[in-house]
Design a binder for this molecule. Structure first.
Ligand SMILES: Nc1nc2c(c(=O)[nH]1)N[C@H]1C(S)=C(S)[C@@H](COP(=O)(O)OP(=O)(O)OC[C@H]3O[C@@H](n4cnc5c(=O)[nH]c(N)nc54)[C@H](O)[C@@H]3O)O[C@H]1N2
Ligand SMILES: Nc1nc2c(c(=O)[nH]1)N[C@H]1C(S)=C(S)[C@@H](COP(=O)(O)OP(=O)(O)OC[C@H]3O[C@@H](n4cnc5c(=O)[nH]c(N)nc54)[C@H](O)[C@@H]3O)O[C@H]1N2
Ligand code: SF4
Ligand SMILES: [Mo]
Length: 748
């Protein structure tokens, strides 16, 4: 930390925190190349000055260990040697083009595109992928959200979010926002909901989390039994007439099928299975059914668990049956500037035939898509701003798959676990050395966008992804010199002439996919300093001007589509704290129901079949593995693998295994003792933290730890040493990381 006397005179510069999807606006003071002081940015439209404890330690990201400063090429012995950029771009382009020509572009798989703070790489990668004819891609979303996306798409034909600021009753299902956030100003919103006697907060979590402590009703389920709990809640809603019949009659189909399947559910038997008293379940159902408005958020506790897709379905039934959609305080469908994924299922993966939802290959299938001896197997992979060698199930098998590729190219700021396996590593500038933005903006009725400017000069060596992809696209011969010349001239004349010229490119289907590269190459140099990487956003602004004119007009962007696109883009460049780009009345939400008949579909036959299967009960735990391990909890100082230096964690640096006092006593161990933790896949030694937050039989490890870094000596356990790819959802293949059968032995 710098001296206060010098810090005081340094200017505060605006940017955003990159450690979770909220991307709170923050202000930073620099000391040379160090980020030394932080405060929330009051002018940011969503976070309004809010920030949690994590951004204060962001210098551990900017100046972390393992920073990459030169392109690297793998030698025959598996070590890496530095090479220059021209060689790197030429060789990567040549190797991938050769694979495309021999096996088709669909053999080249793209993974990632952005983490919690950066989505512009994904936008620029479109040009490279098109030049290579790459057809398949995926990202972390396909190990968490694809079940929810798919169910939502089929039931309401759009993606939805809850309005926790205004709901009378709010529920968090397998979600611990006190630490994981996920909603703007999470702790303020949680405290308001908790304190107000007129409002009720429900938390469904086997652990007594910080969020659960604030709840009025804590449904402390047995791990992995949410499907029974939610089925019982639906049954009570039906039995006690707590559904909104006027809403359903007007807007929904399939009610009778739901009644036929869920009506007969034996509430007291299901209560016994999920370990929550029947009276409490009935109380929760009544609170929800009688609420003026109800909003609910499901996350990893259920999405990475048994019955993940089924739970997403039952969860939606609860708020749709009670008419909690399209009114203030309920659920809405946001207007994104760029949708992150839809929930459609259009095709299956080429080798294993896994269901591809929202264009994303299920993460748990990726190793098999590479390692199976099949003509259509993935032979090359580009990994950008992601670390699948650490973050995906079954680390050893994922390593084997990545090493089996003909070519692995990694674009990252650091020499990560994945980069270490790569044939080529292309170093990117950090998120504070270039312009960046995310597309995780889901606010309503006003939505915002935040293009952040570079805080620092780029380090010497790395390049922004925009430049990397544009160079690759050029090396692949995909850009037309005449178009570059035409756009370069237009860019010098101003944004309006440029936007007009760009329209011509956009109308030519052979050229349009390369728009990101054209934009960066020709408009980028004309943009204000530190904002060149924002060039691609002009294309997004133009798209929004065509698709959402009314929402944009309410936020003050009126005129012809061209005029709106240009004003929107200019406002991005001129708004260092972000700005509101769309505003909509609640009435539009129900008009967004995007199913073919524009009705809400309550009955999904395949999932109702699954509901019927619940009557058989969960079956016994494997006697050899009597514990349930949740592998990947969010804690105060975890942030996936974005920060690689364990010294950034102010507490719990080693990432203890949390365990109940009863289990500790039975094992004869105390707080701080080491144990051996074994699953069907792997075995590790880890220190225990004994806490009555946990219930007996359930243990929990943090996510993002156990990194193979240059400096780390106490980095904790890599959770995916313990997980297996076969433990996955039957519909969309999402992993069951919160329900890993485990055995624990005290160490002598
Ligand atoms: N501090 C921090 N914040 C983050 C991140 C981070 O790494 N660190 N990562 C971000 C990302 S990528 C994501 S996806 C989100 C995830 O955010 P969350 O889903 O909120 O995070 P988790 O802690 O993984 O899981 C939430 C809860 O699920 C509970 N759970 C475990 N088993 C069950 C079960 O059987 N049933 C129920 N109902 N609950 C269960 C756990 O006890 C835990 O409290 O967080 C984001 N925010
Ligand atoms: N067992 C288990 N596994 C899990 C989870 C769990 O709960 N349990 N959680 C899962 C979840 S929800 C998620 S979202 C995933 C996350 O896992 P991944 O999607 O694989 O990504 P991150 O760990 O967020 O890593 C982000 C990468 O981006 C790099 N990076 C940072 N800034 C830049 C930049 O400006 N440019 C480029 N090119 N790279 C940059 C970082 O160095 C890092 O390598 O992990 C998943 N894995
Ligand atoms: S809530 Fe998320 S984005 Fe906001 S300061 Fe905390 S970690 Fe950063
Ligand atoms: Mo995530």
């Amino acid at each position: 930390m710098g001296q206060p006397s010098t810090s005081r005179s340094k200017p505060w510069q605006k940017t955003a925190c990159i450690l979770c999807e909220c991307n709170c606006g923050i202000e930073v003071q620099l000391d040379g190349r160090h980020l030394i002081r932080f405060r929330g940015d009051k002018a940011h439209p969503a976070s309004q000055g809010y920030a949690c404890e994590k951004p204060h330690r962001l210098d551990h990201y900017q100046n972390g260990p393992d920073r990459l400063l030169q392109p690297m090429r793998k030698r025959a012995d598996g070590t890496h040697e530095p090479i220059d950029w021209d060689t790197a771009i030429r060789e990567v382009a040549e190797r991938l083009a050769a694979l495309r020509d021999e096996h088709g572009g669909e053999s080249i798989f793209y993974y990632g595109g952005g983490g919690q703070g950066n989505h512009l790489p994904g936008a620029y990668s479109v040009a490279t992928r098109r030049a290579l004819g790459s057809r398949y891609r995926s990202s972390a979303l396909a190990q968490e959200k694809t079940g929810e996306f798919w169910v939502s798409h089929r039931m309401v034909g759009t993606q939805t979010r809850g309005d926790f600021e205004h709901c009378q009753v709010g529920m968090f299902l397998g979600k611990n926002p006190w630490f994981s956030h996920g909603i703007a100003r999470a702790r303020v919103t949680l405290k308001e909901l908790s304190r107000d006697p007129q409002r009720t907060m429900i938390v469904v979590d086997p652990r007594r989390t910080k969020t659960a402590e604030l709840a009025d009703i804590h449904l402390q389920v047995n791990p992995g039994t949410d499907a029974w709990l939610l089925a019982a809640i639906v049954a009570v809603l039906l039995e006690e007439g707590l559904t909104d019949s006027a809403f359903l009659e007007e807007r929904a189909t399939g009610f009778d099928a739901v009644v036929a399947t869920l009506g007969p559910v034996d509430v007291s038997a299901y209560a016994a299975i999920c370990g929550v008293g029947e009276a409490l379940i009935r109380r929760a159902a009544r609170v929800i059914g009688e609420a003026e408005s109800f909003a609910s958020y499901e996350d990893l506790g259920v999405q990475m668990n048994r019955h993940s897709t089924l739970v997403s379905y039952l969860h939606r039934l609860i708020w749709l049956l009670t008419g909690n959609f399209g009114r203030k305080g309920t659920h809405y469908s946001p207007t994104p500037l760029q949708p992150i994924a839809d929930g459609s299922h259009k095709r299956d993966s080429p080798v294993t035939g896994a269901r591809i939802v929202g264009g994303l290959v299920p993460c748990n299938s990726i190793a098999d898509e590479i390692l199976t001896d099949h003509e259509k197997r993935f032979r090359a992979m580009i990994v950008e701003a992601a670390n699948p060698a650490h973050s995906l199930a079954d680390t050893p098998r994922m390593h084997e798959a990545l090493l089996a590729l003909d070519t692995l190219v990694v674009i990252d700021v650091a020499m990560t676990e994945t980069a270490k396996l790569a044939d080529y590593v292309l170093p990117a500038t950090t998120q504070f050395e270039k312009a960046e933005a995310t597309f995780f903006n889901f606010e309503f009725p006003k939505n915002y966008f935040h293009l952040r400017r570079a805080l620092l000069e780029p380090a010497e060596g790395p390049l922004p992804e925009a430049e990397i992809h544009t160079r690759l696209t050029e090396a692949l011969g995909a850009l037309d010199d005449d178009v570059v010349a035409m756009l370069t001239t237009a860019a010098k004349e101003g944004l309006r002439p440029y936007a007009t010229a760009l329209m011509k490119v956009a109308m030519d289907p052979r050229k349009a996919p390369y728009a990101p590269a054209y934009l960066y190459r020709t408009l980028g140099p004309e943009l204000p300093e530190g904002q060149a990487e924002g060039a691609v956003l002009l294309a997004l602004a133009a798209k929004a001007a065509m698709t959402s004119p009314a929402a944009l007009a309410r936020a003050g962007f009126e005129g012809s589509p061209l005029e709106v696109a240009v004003r929107l883009f200019e406002t991005m460049l001129e708004s260092p704290s972000g700005f509101v780009f769309s505003e909509e009345p609640w009435e539009v939400v129900l008009g967004r129901v995007g199913t073919p008949d524009e009705k809400i579909h309550l009955a999904l036959d395949d999932l109702l079949d699954e509901v019927r299967g619940l009557a058989d009960g969960p079956g016994p735990l494997d006697a050899e593995y009597p514990f349930v391990l949740s592998a990947g909890e969010r804690r105060a100082f975890t942030a996936n693998t974005i920060v690689r230096d364990s010294a950034w964690r102010k507490k719990d640096a080693e990432g203890a295994l949390r365990m109940s006092p009863a289990d500790a006593e039975a094992l004869g161990i105390g707080d701080g003792d080491a144990v051996r933790l074994t699953t069907r896949r792997g075995s590790v030694v880890v220190r225990v933290s004994v806490t009555d937050v946990m219930r007996a039989g359930h243990v929990s490890l943090p996510n993002g730890l156990g990194l193979d870094t240059a400096t780390d000596e106490m980095g904790g356990v890599a959770p995916n040493l313990l997980t297996e790819t076969a433990m996955r959802d039957p519909f969309v293949g999402t992993p069951q990381h919160k329900f890993v059968p485990a055995r624990i032995e005290a160490l002598a």
